[in-house]
Write a new protein. Structure first.
Length: 289
């Protein structure tokens, strides 16, 4: 089985809302206007409410309240709009997957936290389109959900062996399947016709030095994931550089060009925003303290 075959077997359960697909198509058309996008989004009350909550949240820090979708589109811009729509649609895409082997509350906490850390690290590095980093972080582990659903026996073996033998789950995935959850996630994002700037970093987030394209985004995602694994949830702001570095490829850490102050700043910001953003992105997730 290949990642593509595994994804095809779950395509009916794991799909983007129709309005999200339509918006992606419109954003690829240079003639699309903010007004037209606003009209399409407005046909989905749930998406409209989440989008306006996100834009008006402390996450964005707007000086005045934004009351219409068309205004929100004008404020955030077309590129960030794609990211926001994906972010606010993510949890709905997986609503029908039975997840016996994964705690969905923990999954979304980790995903949101990783996305927030990646976004802040991108700001520290002066990168443009930082919203894309948030979405990459939010979606980086979706391949795990597909794996747990499509191959539950293998997933259980991986979890049990990783715990008993102290091995990295990704190494066991490669050994037992021939590919990893990162490759499954990338295959899923490709079926959603998302741009390569989103799926390529996901594909290489455990092997960042293998990335040929979007290397900077992949490096920051790799580090953000390591921070999220060691910091959130639980310790809430306490971090141990030794533990984080244990999760990070040493070459990637150096290539990312980050220091302790940057990491601590990212953790502080993620701690401040994570529960608010989680309530918008995955409102059904229970709060974890």
């Amino acid at each position: 089985m290949t990642p593509e075959e595994m994804v095809s077997g779950v395509s009916e359960l794991v799909s983007l809302p129709e309005v999200c697909v339509r918006i992606n198509e419109m954003l690829d058309d240079p003639s699309t206007t903010s007004k037209a996008l606003g009209e399409v989004i407005s046909h989905d009350p749930n998406l409209t409410a989440r989008l306006l909550r996100m834009v008006n949240s402390a996450y964005y820090g707007m000086a005045a309240e934004i009351n219409t979708v068309s205004h929100a589109v004008t404020i955030v811009g077309l590129d960030e709009l794609r990211s926001l729509v994906l972010a606010t649609s993510a949890s709905r895409a997986f609503a029908n997957i039975p997840t016996e082997w994964v705690d969905m509350d923990m999954f979304w906490h980790h995903s949101v936290y990783c996305g927030l850390v990646a976004r802040v690290l991108g700001a520290v590095r002066g990168m443009r389109q930082r919203e894309r980093l948030f979405v990459i972080g939010l979606l980086h582990d979706v391949g795990r959900l597909v794996l747990y659903h499509q191959a539950p026996a293998v997933a259980r073996q991986i979890l049990e062996s990783a715990g008993a033998r102290g091995r990295q789950p990704t190494a066991l995935e490669k050994e037992l399947l021939g590919f990893t959850h990162a490759e499954i996630g990338a295959a899923l994002l490709r079926t959603w016709r998302l741009p390569s700037s989103l799926w390529k970093p996901v594909e290489c987030h455990h092997e960042p030095m293998r990335a040929e394209d979007f290397r900077a985004e992949t490096l920051l995602l790799h580090v953000a994931n390591a921070i999220a694994v060691t910091v959130e949830p639980g310790t809430k702001g306490q971090w141990n550089e030794t533990e984080v570095r244990r999760e990070v490829d040493p070459e990637a850490w150096d290539a990312a060009g980050l220091d302790e102050d940057a990491v601590q700043h990212a953790i502080t910001e993620a701690n401040l925003r994570s529960l608010e953003v989680l309530a918008i992105v995955a409102p059904d997730a229970a709060l974890i303290f």
